[in-house]
Structure formats: structure tokens, C-alpha cells
Unconditional design. Structure first.
Length: 273
């Protein structure tokens, strides 16, 4: 199982790194949009395997392409996407936690899935427009929190975070992931090459205390996204969201924590302008 996981990760990196660092922004837009469209297909299948999921994926792809053309042509700005980002953030901050507590991940159906995935894609695209380092730093918040939580949970985890949804997660791991993100966020804020990234901008404008609290909140949102997808799979009776990525499962399994965090991070960037 380890070899397919490593090979899949290498292939993804071989595709993503040139698209992020060397290609025109629209190439990353197309690459990430295609990825999120597959996620829409997987989410629809988790909701109802008997129904065709292609319409949701194609709809997301079509709307995303229209937004991409409009943005690249100068017909719209980042602020025009703010209502969609705010709608997604409102769901994740205001309603996702209650859905987890009540073990209800299916409300809203495919329409909600499409909105949340489209908002995540728009955030990924706009963050890349701000700079490769801005996008990588944003995603690194999620990755660092996940890695820190995994190893700390393995070593020290005692109290289960959500045993009926994801038994492997612990409160100790979640706290350790947040502390690691905050600690590395200080380092990122002091690095000249990351001056345009979110940690540096928050530390400069809002000070270390508020910036640290926001980073901790982003870690909490990433956990909510992870748990929401875990609950969705549990209620669908499957282990993985799909089989596209050998050793990793499906696309949703890789982006679940990005779904709530990327729109919020882009909104924070727009606020700090």
C-alpha cells in the first residue's frame, strides 16, 4: 500500500508544481478546476450512488470555465467572487459543526456540494494569482496541521475528538497541529520571501496575538472539513471517496480540509488589502 501511495504523490507533485510555479495562472486554474470537478462527481456519488453524478461535475466545470475566462479577460475582479466565498465560509463556520454533532452530512445535496467545491476552486485560483508562495503557504497551513496532529496523536493521543466519526483523531493531536501551525506561522511571518503570504500580512496588520488566533481557527476549520467528509463516507458506507488516486483514495480524501479553509484564507487576504 505504501508504494502506490508514494508513486501517486510523486505524479501529483510532478503535475502540480509546474502548474503552480512555472505555468501561466490559467493553467493552474484549469488543472485545479478539473481536480475539483472530479471531487464533485465523488461527492454526488456518496450522496446517491444510483443517480448519475456527471451533471454536477460538468456543471461545476462549466461554471468554473466561465469564471476563469471572465477573470483572465479582465471582465471580473477577485472582489466579484467574494459573495460565493462568503457563502461557503458562512456554511463552514455557522452550520458544519452542527451537522457533525447531529451526524447529518447529506443535507443540501449536490447543490451544496457544487457551491462548496466551486468556492474552494475559486480560492485556489485567486490565491495563485496573488503569487505561488501565497498559494503554497495557504495550503501548507492545512498540511502542517494534519502532519502535526497525526504524529502527536499517535504519540500522545488519549481523548478522542470525534470517535463516532473518525476514531483516529484526538484532542491532543488537534491541539498539537494548531500549535505547530502557529509556531511555523511566526517563522513564515519573519521570512522576507513570504511577505505576501497570509501569516506575514496578519502579523503585520493585526499583531501576533490576533494572527495566532486566526491561524488556530483555520486549523479548527480544516478539522471540520476532514470530519465532514469522514461522516459523509461513513453514512455512504464506504472507506474512500473514490479510486482515482491509488493509495490515497479519491480526490475528496485529499482536499477535504482545503474546502473550508481556502475560501476563508482568500477572504482574509481581501480584508487585508
Amino acid at each position: 500500500m505504501l508504494l502506490p501511495r508514494i508513486l501517486t504523490a510523486l505524479v501529483l507533485l510532478a503535475l502540480a508544481i509546474p502548474a503552480i510555479f512555472f505555468a501561466p495562472v490559467w493553467v493552474w486554474g484549469l488543472f485545479s478546476l478539473s481536480f475539483l470537478a472530479v471531487g464533485a462527481w465523488e461527492w454526488s456519488r456518496l450522496l446517491d450512488p444510483a443517480r448519475s453524478s456527471r451533471s454536477v461535475a460538468l456543471g461545476l466545470l462549466g461554471v468554473g470555465l466561465c469564471l476563469l475566462v471572465a477573470r483572465e479577460s479582465g471582465w471580473m475582479s477577485a472582489l466579484h467572487g467574494a459573495p460565493l466565498l462568503a457563502l461557503a465560509a458562512f456554511f463552514w463556520v455557522g452550520f458544519a459543526g452542527a451537522r457533525l454533532r447531529h451526524h447529518q452530512s447529506r443535507g443540501g445535496g449536490a447543490a451544496l456540494a457544487a457551491i462548496l467545491l466551486l468556492a474552494c476552486w475559486l480560492a485556489l485560483y485567486e490565491l495563485r494569482r496573488l503569487g505561488p508562495e501565497v498559494l503554497i503557504t495557504a495550503m501548507a497551513i492545512v498540511w502542517i496541521a494534519d502532519v502535526g496532529a497525526y504524529f502527536a496523536g499517535k504519540a500522545f493521543g488519549r481523548r478522542k475528538l470525534a470517535p463516532s466519526i473518525s476514531p483516529g483523531k484526538s484532542w491532543e493531536g488537534a491541539v498539537a497541529g494548531a500549535v505547530l501551525v502557529i509556531f511555523l506561522g511566526v517563522g513564515a511571518a519573519l521570512h522576507d520571501g513570504l511577505a505576501a503570504a497570509l501569516p506575514a500580512r496578519m502579523y503585520s496588520e493585526w499583531g501576533p496575538f490576533i494572527a495566532s488566533m486566526v491561524l488556530g481557527g483555520l486549523v479548527a476549520l480544516s478539522i471540520v472539513g476532514d470530519l465532514h467528509e469522514s461522516l459523509l463516507k461513513r453514512q455512504a458506507g464506504v472507506k474512500d471517496s473514490g479510486r482515482l488516486l491509488p493509495g490515497h483514495g479519491g480526490v475528496l480524501d485529499r482536499i477535504d480540509a482545503l474546502l473550508p479553509t481556502m475560501p476563508v484564507i482568500l477572504l482574509l487576504h481581501l480584508m487585508l488589502r
